[in-house]
Design a protein around this ligand. Structure first.
Ligand code: PSU
Ligand code: MN
Length: 302
């Protein structure tokens, strides 16, 4: 993608084979309320840097597909209502129309891949929605065809998790529990669902990804890491909040791209705001783990 804009310090790190972690922006522009989204951005970047890697927010900035945002651009993404939610299929229109677009997991994978970044961190991936299984996030298809290690806390708790795991199996995406054998539930440490693989270290994850791609596979390697225990919520609280949110969305006729932001907002209200510190903590810990994996990938490549 010749049109891709990579900020100079990130391009330089990539040229040197130094570790870089891509970070998504839809969670900032659509997933978290102001001013907490700014705290999330700051903590994600700091976590990546503390663990020896360079953070790179992905977005479409005034029509430019970008890897890395200037401070002024990041401020727009944190504050402006007009920022679009952009999945992989939406990047081109956003470019041509000169708009600001915050990238979902699917779109972030596209931009990370185009820049040659191997590791990406997010909060939770999209998946199969409850009650409307035809509403399946394009994140799953992007994971199936984009060779980037993706670190998350599972799929968002608002989704049909067993169905999402089944789809990942069909699509050939390895799902690796980081020091766990259970799928984390985004806000919760566990879900009762088993994941097919587990790894005990960042180096092990890096080696599994290298072996997977050496076989000619072209999918992402999905790493699921539980939220930090001191910030995690219990399963009953989250289930009750999600059930209510899904009913409200159905009654209000909300669907498509608007559904995820709507559900996340309702869950926040229903947990008395406790989903927020959990969300910030898991974003930070995923960014930290992604940085450790990126460092391990760089070491392997040398
Ligand atoms: N996780 C969050 N908040 C979010 C998202 C995930 O805590 O806002 C975003 C991610 O960018 C993910 C997207 O890729 O929601 C999925 O949306 P959809 O189901 O419309 O594909
Ligand atoms: Mn959808």
């Amino acid at each position: 993608m010749t049109v891709l804009r990579v900020l100079p310090h990130i391009a330089d790190a990539l040229r040197r084979g130094a570790p870089v972690v891509a970070l998504e922006t839809s969670v900032l522009s659509q997933g978290l309320p102001i001013p907490h989204n700014a705290e999330a951005a700051r903590r994600m970047m700091a976590a990546v840097e503390q663990h020896g890697a360079v953070p790179a927010f992905t977005a479409v900035a005034a029509g430019h597909p970008s890897v890395g945002l200037t401070p002024d651009e990041l401020t727009r993404f944190l504050l402006l209502e007009s920022v679009r939610k952009v999945s992989a299929r939406d990047i081109a229109a956003c470019m041509v129309q000169g708009a600001d677009g915050a990238t979902t997991v699917a779109a972030s994978l596209t931009l990370a891949r185009a820049a040659g970044i191997d590791v990406f961190a997010t909060g939770g991936i999209g998946g199969v929605h409850r009650g409307t299984p035809f509403d399946e996030s394009a994140d799953l298809d992007a994971l199936a065809r984009t060779p980037v290690i993706t670190v998350c806390a599972g799929a968002k708790s608002i989704l049909d998790l067993p169905a999402t795991l089944e789809r990942l199996e069909t699509l050939g995406v390895p799902v690796i529990g980081y020091r766990t054998s259970e799928l984390p539930g985004f806000f919760t440490v566990g879900t009762g669902l088993r994941v097919p693989q587990r790894a005990e270290s960042a180096a092990e994850v890096a080696e599994i990804a290298r072996a997977h791609w050496a076989l000619g596979e072209r999918s992402a390697v999905l790493v699921v890491s539980p939220p930090p225990t001191d910030a995690a919520l219990d399963q009953q609280t989250v289930e009750a909040a999600v059930d209510g949110a899904v009913r409200d969305a159905h009654d209000a006729g909300i669907h498509g791209a608007a559904l995820t932001p709507f559900l996340l907002g309702r869950v926040l209200a229903a947990t008395g705001g406790r989903s927020l510190p959990a969300n910030l903590a898991l974003l930070e810990s995923n960014a930290a783990l992604a940085a450790q994996i990126a460092v391990a990938c760089s070491a392997l490549a040398r």
